[in-house]
Design a protein. Structure first.
Length: 219
């Protein structure tokens, strides 16, 4: 729960620090500008709010690792929700309105997460998870999108917190069923592991058999 709050708070702070002119920069999500990614974060925050008030009966059917649908190639932009996100982001016009909406909904999502019972089971995407597992999965979501957010921003943009990077790497390794080389920083393990950048020749060699399984595209 604390890691969720730490990662989400850092991401909200990073968005708040973006200059209006930088909302039109490219993000680390292929085909999305920074403003599109921020609009996606609004939708993510709404998902957190909805899920935390959707209790489920019965045993959990997924955990923080099996929550994810894993593909081997990045989105191609053809998904209707991705296209809707771009149109919604453009409709805001003033970046200040988008920033305000994320702060409003995002702060509420953070409060709801802090108040939730970690052992309670919730329903999302036809899966039943404990609140603790659901929020742990979202630490990975927040951390990856924090890296996406700052990918092309001016030097000095605040990065994800170290504990969020470490926790996200650990979860990605659970999803992969294998560890990334110890020489990889947590940031590089996440970027290379999810296909956000290609491994260098030396990294490719260090990855060994794991290299042929990359990337793990999470959705």
């Amino acid at each position: 729960m604390e890691l969720f709050s730490c990662s989400w708070g850092a991401l909200l702070g990073a968005v708040d620090a973006i200059a209006d002119a930088d909302f039109g920069r490219e993000s680390g999500c292929r085909g999305w500008l920074v403003r599109d990614l921020v609009c996606h974060l609004v939708i993510d925050a709404q998902d957190v709010l909805i899920t935390l008030v959707t209790p489920a009966a019965g045993e959990a059917t997924a955990d923080a690792a099996t929550y994810w649908n894993v593909a081997d190639r990045p989105p191609d932009g053809e998904d209707p929700l991705d296209a809707l996100t771009v149109r919604l982001a453009a409709a805001y016009g003033d970046p200040g309105l988008l920033r305000f909406h994320l702060d409003d909904v995002g702060t509420a999502a953070g409060r709801a997460a802090g108040l939730a019972d970690p052992g309670m089971r919730v329903l999302t995407q036809d899966k039943v998870l404990t609140v603790a597992d659901y929020l742990t999965a979202y630490v990975l979501e927040w951390t990856l999108h924090h890296l996406d957010l700052i990918a092309h921003l001016p030097e000095g943009a605040p990065p994800p917190p170290p504990e969020g990077l470490a926790g996200s790497r650990a979860l990605l390794e659970r999803i992969a069923g294998a560890a990334f080389p110890a020489s990889f920083t947590d940031r590089d393990a996440l970027l290379v592991g999810t296909g956000r950048r290609a491994p260098t020749p030396s990294e490719q060699e260090e990855l060994g058999a794991l290299a042929v399984r990359l990337p793990f595209v999470l959705g």
